[in-house]
Design a protein around this ligand. Structure first.
Ligand code: SF4
Ligand code: SF4
Length: 138
């Protein structure tokens, strides 16, 4: 965790047709939800991008480019990068069920690209209540 300097948030391409990503950014700014373990006083580089659309394969190119560029431009190794899958990918929500390609995305990011991966970004109170009542399954 100490090594991390660059936080990449991957959001669902379909959901982003109508979501600005505001709550993901707010969650990071306030270090809540999936970002609650990040120290508030530390400054991070951040990048917000979408998976590129189903099945998420374009993400391989996007993240490979990032790894290449951060190395070339700043001599930053990929150990300093952490990828967060947004909650609209990992969980059922107002926007719909979780991503049907979630396992594919995880394998691509962890196994193929060798990047550190975490799940979740913004956690909505209402969605949490719905998970507790069983209305949302994840
Ligand atoms: S987690 Fe919420 S705020 Fe973030 S991209 Fe998905 S729908 Fe938008
Ligand atoms: S692959 Fe998953 S995250 Fe990407 S657009 Fe399709 S449903 Fe959304």
């Amino acid at each position: 965790m100490d090594k991390k300097e660059y936080v990449v948030v991957v959001q669902c391409h379909i959901v982003m047709e109508r979501c600005s990503g505001y709550f993901c950014e707010k969650a990071f700014h306030e270090r809540t939800g999936g970002f609650s373990s990040y120290p508030k006083e530390k400054r991070y580089r951040t990048l917000y991008l979408t998976c590129g659309g189903c099945c998420g394969r374009a993400l391989h190119r996007k993240l490979s480019d990032l790894v290449k560029m951060t190395k070339k431009q700043e001599n930053m190794d990929k150990e300093h990068i952490v990828v967060h899958l947004a909650s609209c990918i990992t969980k059922e929500s107002y926007h719909g069920p979780p991503c049907p390609h979630l396992d594919y995305l995880k394998i691509m990011i962890r196994n193929k690209l060798g990047l550190d991966l975490r799940e979740d970004t913004y956690i909505s109170k209402k969605a949490q209540e719905r998970r507790q009542t069983g209305l949302y399954r994840t």
